[in-house]
Design a binder for this molecule. Structure first.
Ligand SMILES: [Zn+2]
Length: 1064
């Protein structure tokens, strides 16, 4: 007979139910204590330790020694392989039997030579289902292997997750036994926890909350944990509650399984390969058990690793992709940083990624771009997505904004060129949900587009270090499919979500421009060597592709190094992962990244020489150097030319390709017709190259040091005055006499800041660092004249930054050059300091301009609003500019990304000294160059963009093994300085490999018609997208070797050129 109704106290009722499901309290009599029934030890346990990450076949051959529960193993990054021999007792027939395994580290179960499930305590995976129901005739004895990596889901930080790894950490096996699992108890626990979540989440003002709490209370009343026959009554109470439906207007949550795996972060790249296997094999197992479960997986690189190391797992992933349960998303090679990679590198993320997805899964990821965990998003991404066949984008990182709360979760994003994509941020502000009621309610409550968007994404599964979803998460979400008082929850694919959002998008707002993350602004600067490697390798691959393309067009014998280039590009793209190029990784990862750059440098240089040799073959002329200009405009520059015996001499090299307006390629030969600004004489070098050698009265006139110790450099274009400590006291545009340095101020002023963030050391520089500014003052008399004029004038100085760190700098001005360069070497040994260099300009403007991918944008120079102030430290690529009407000052760099302009002061961020997660980050020697360019008129008309390219792409002087061509030659020229020919490469899929792809963009921010002149044997020209798919209406008429192209502001165009067959 039921007890009479009674008054219930809210808190005691809640806590009563909590205790009934608690894993800590009253487990002797509560429901949780009955989750597992009978248990028995495994029959035999043995193990061996190895520092290597061995393949299974090799590991099982090793010498396993007896082991016991309680044993410890390690240290960090080692692997302990366990052989687990087990026999299930006959008495357990009819029961569900698990191997219960609890150990530190990350485990992977192998059965019959294949990985079957991951085991991690942190990822709530501590049991492996041996059988759902043991049959009478089932084999009861088997042998499993468990491969345990000596690192946690989030690495092995000493004391805190982002601390440097503890190399001595030891790991322990605390449980390994067989046990009977009570599925009915599990389901009751899921229901009771959900009811508790509803009661607490909806709170005391809500009718439904009490219904949930009283239902749970009644379940506890009727349920006797010791008597399973009482469970159905409790289950019926729960089913009645969850079966009460919501109304038609309910918000719909689209729950997709996910597992964010950082491609390298607090663990090395090689561990990520195993993290993928552990996480994805577990997800597959869940797909098998839950046919409605959909799992979204990004990053082609990780899939490629699994394909190579775990081919069986890869085939199963392909099978589940065909079923629509395993959904590849994003389309990129890795989830790259959204700020630092060049435009071309971003295109290659998609090109390499999409081609991989097409090849392995039969289709590209056309549904959405996927970048949930990246530290800001370039304003060019919408156009790049469009060009790669994608119109939708999912992320959530802007929820980390420190200052301003982003006003949308669902909106249209309009990029720099006007391209629009539909964007969704899961309103739960996470990509690693657990399926709790709290998260479900937050998803509804937190949605900033209530009334505009009635669908939300809900990404569930342990992430960052892998892990992924669990059965419990799925059980919770399935139970919440349609319950009054809660949003509807359906297991969906990202495609279903976006289709629902798109079909009802009429009221959505639009955000224009970059999605700037107001946090992690230190990642533009941390790990300067990685940044330098990135910029340099982007340049090398650009040059190799260009030269190889020209060799392909001009030589029937030349084989384009497609496979090598793909390999090198993939290394570069890998390093652009959002915890590598950003410098937020541990020391081992940084070292691996540097090895990748070294590979690109050495192989890239070999490929350059090979292409140069092919270009020289068969032409008459003296042996010597091949001078190559890899930029699409004329250049006259002073270069250091190698002399026999390893020395260098300076030569003034006019633009190759004199016949065309913009020379691309030329060779060493007497074709130096572009006269330099100054009188000069021609001489022939020992190696057969003509160089200009300026007489002593040339335009570059560094007078000797004045008596006050200052130095003036003057090339007739700009005049630079340095004070006796190397600071810039004046920078004058000679023709107009216009001064660029603010009155009474000095430029080239190094400044040191205290740099102690709140927590995320390598990531964050906080606003308050600006309050600790300390100018670094040098000693008079340290400035000396370097090169005494002629083609080049220079001065140099030493500067003690602190007792531990010092700097030397050469300030260089070349004949004909519109900018002064600062070659800088720093020996940096600091802790939590930030080094910048400042240039106060005699320019007033409320906006400064910064280069980004395929274009530039403006950001404020003031702190009017919280949105302005939150951008106290921003990113830029090769240049930034502060201009007023008629005049401006540009600051160029060859490997830096952090910058700011406050008021009239241009500031370039040089070096940081964070200590976590890599205590050695940025310690040691650095070399970098920045340059200052005052200019008349706009930066566009003054050629700032071209100057920044020139600084980053020096003319190449490649040894020509055979006679170099006798005539100089230009492959391409453009009629408008607004258009940049960024890339020339072989087409990915090209008949007989004789098609090229050209990528051009409009760089000034203008509508422009432009003629492209080609001197290659082109038979057909077709517009194509960024994935090189021809536009059916894109055939361009080719007249007199010219093509007409029309650009809108910042538009990127790709062109497929089919070359004529080679001459026989
Ligand atoms: Zn991440």
């Amino acid at each position: 007979m039921a007890a009479a109704p009674a008054l219930k106290h809210w808190r005691t009722t809640v806590e009563r139910v909590e205790k009934f499901v608690s894993p800590l309290y009253f487990t002797d009599c509560n429901l949780r204590g009955r989750l597992f029934g009978a248990s028995c030890p495994v029959a035999a346990l043995s193990s061996f330790l190895t520092p290597d990450r061995l393949p299974y076949q090799e590991a099982v051959q090793r010498d396993f020694r007896p082991a016991q529960v309680g044993c410890s193993f390690g240290p960090t990054w080692w692997t302990c392989w366990f052989r687990v021999e087990l026999t299930i007792p006959e008495a357990w027939v009819g029961q569900e039997v698990h191997l219960c395994w609890e150990s530190d580290g990350e485990g992977l179960v192998w059965r019959d030579g294949e990985p079957v499930q991951g085991l991690t305590k942190e990822g709530k995976k501590t049991s492996y289902v041996l059988t759902d129901r043991l049959g009478e005739r089932d084999p009861r004895s088997l042998t499993l292997y468990v491969e345990v990596a000596c690192n946690g889901l989030l690495g092995a930080g000493k004391g805190s997750i982002i601390a440097a790894p503890d190399p001595e950490k030891m790991f322990q096996l605390s449980r390994a036994e067989l046990a009977v699992f009570h599925r009915d108890v599990h389901m009751l626990l899921v229901d009771l926890e959900l009811l508790l979540g509803i009661a607490k989440g909806l709170g005391k003002d809500n009718q439904r909350s009490f219904q949930a709490l009283y239902t749970a209370n009644q379940m506890v009343n009727v349920c006797d944990p010791a008597q399973p026959e009482t469970f159905p009554v409790a289950q019926a109470l729960a089913s009645r509650f969850f079966g009460q439906r919501g109304g038609e207007s309910q918000h719909t949550i689209h729950a997709t399984g996910h597992c964010h795996i950082d491609t390298a972060w607090l663990w090395p790249f090689k561990e990520t390969m195993r993290k993928c296997a552990r996480s994805w094999v577990t997800a597959l197992q869940l797909m098998e058990r839950n046919p409605e479960f959909i799992f979204a997986c990004s990053q082609a690189q990780q899939l490629e690793w699994v394909k190579n190391r775990y081919p069986g797992l890869h085939s199963r992933l392909q099978e589940f992709a065909r079923r629509g349960q395993f959904v590849p998303v994003g389309g990129t090679w890795v989830e790259m940083d959204g700020n630092l990679p060049s435009g071309e590198a971003m295109v290659r993320q998609f090109l390499q990624g999409q081609n991989f997805f097409l090849q392995e899964f039969g289709k590209m990821c056309s549904e959405q771009f996927w970048l949930p965990d990246t530290f800001g998003y370039s304003a060019q991404l919408p156009q790049i997505m469009h060009g790669c066949g994608i119109r939708r984008f999912l992320t959530q990182k802007l929820s980390w904004n420190l200052v301003n709360s982003f006003p949308h979760h669902t909106f249209f994003w309009e990029g720099l060129d006007g391209s629009r994509v539909l964007v969704h941020f899961p309103p739960g502000d996470s990509y690693g949900m657990q399926g709790s009621v709290e998260e479900v309610l937050k998803t509804v409550a937190n949605n900033r587009d209530k009334g505009r968007a009635n669908h939300s994404a809900f990404l569930f599964g342990f992430g960052d270090g892998g892990g992924g979803p669990t059965q419990t998460m799925l059980d919770r979400l399935k139970r919440l499919s349609n319950t009054d008082g809660l949003p509807r929850v359906q297991l969906s694919s990202p495609r279903q979500l976006f289709s629902a959002l798109e079909s009802d998008s009429g009221q959505l707002c639009t955000w224009v421009g970059e999605l700037f993350l107001e946090l992690h602004n230190g990642t533009y600067t941390t790990h300067a060597q990685i940044k330098k490697g990135n910029r340099e390798c982007e340049r090398i691959l650009h040059d190799v592709e260009l030269l190889s393309s020209l060799a392909l067009a001009r030589s029937a014998q030349f084989l384009y190094p497609a496979a090598q280039l793909q390999h090198l590009w993939r290394l570069l793209l890998l390093n652009q992962f959002h915890d590598v190029v950003t410098g937020s990784c541990i020391q081992i990862v940084a070292e691996e990244a540097m090895c990748h750059y070294e590979d690109i440098r050495s192989h890239g240089n070999t490929l350059l020489s090979t292409a140069a040799a092919a270009l020289c073959a068969g032409e008459p002329g003296p042996e010597g150097l091949l001078i190559v200009n890899t930029l699409p405009w004329k250049r006259t520059e002073v270069m250091a030319l190698p002399k026999p015996g390893g020395a260098h001499s300076l030569g003034l090299t006019p633009s190759p390709g004199d016949g065309a307006q913009h020379g691309l390629c030329s060779c060493s030969s007497p074709h130096l017709t572009a006269a330099p600004a100054a009188p000069a004489a021609c001489v022939r070098t020992a190696r057969g190259l003509l160089v200009w050698e300026a007489p002593t009265d040339s335009a570059s006139r560094p007078p000797p040091t004045k008596t006050d110790g200052s130095v003036t450099l003057d090339n007739g274009i700009i005049r630079v005055k340095l004070d006796p400590t190397g600071r810039l006291t004046s920078l004058v545009l000679v023709a107009s006499g216009r001064e660029a340095i603010a009155e009474g101020a000095v430029g080239n002023q190094f400044v040191l800041f205290d740099d102690v963030p709140l927590y995320w050391d390598a990531w964050d520089v906080m606003d308050y660092h600006l309050e600790t500014r300390k100018p670094v003052l040098g000693q008079a008399g340290t400035l000396a004249v370097g090169t005494e004029g002629g083609l080049r004038g220079s001065a140099w100085f030493l500067l003690q930054i602190s007792p531990n760190s010092r700097l030397s700098q050469e300030v260089v001005l070349d004949v004909g050059c519109p900018y002064v360069r600062f070659h800088t070497e720093v020996h940096w040994h600091e802790a939590h300091k930030f080094l910048k260099v400042e240039f106060p300009a005699r320019v007033r403007s409320s906006q400064a301009t910064y280069e980004i991918q395929f274009g530039h944008l403006q950001r404020p120079t003031h702190y009017n609003t919280s949105w302005d102030w939150a951008r106290f430290e921003v990113w830029a690529h090769r240049w930034m500019d502060l201009s007023e009407h008629g005049f401006g000052l540009a600051l160029l760099n060859d490997c830096k990304y952090g910058a700011s302009v406050q008021g009239s002061v241009l500031s370039l961020s040089l070096l940081r000294a964070p200590k976590a997660p890599d205590a050695t980050a940025d310690m040691g020697r650095h070399e970098f160059t920045y340059a200052l360019m005052p200019h008349k008129g706009s930066f566009q008309d003054a050629g700032v963009i071209q100057a920044a390219y020139s600084l980053n792409f020096p003319l190449l002087a490649l040894p020509a093994p055979s006679p170099a061509p006798a005539t100089s030659w230009s492959a391409f020229s453009l009629s408008s300085p607004a258009v940049v020919l960024e890339t020339v490469k072989q087409a990915e899929s090209s008949p007989q490999r004789r098609s090229l792809v050209l990528r051009l963009y409009e760089a000034h921010g203008s509508h422009v018609d432009c003629w492209l002149h080609l001197s290659l044997p082109v038979q057909e020209a077709i517009l194509c997208d960024l994935l090189e798919r021809p536009d059916p209406a894109g055939h361009l008429p080719l007249r007199d070797s010219r093509l007409k192209l029309t650009f809108s502001p910042f538009q990127v165009l790709s062109l497929l050129l089919v070359l004529q067959p080679p001459p026989h």
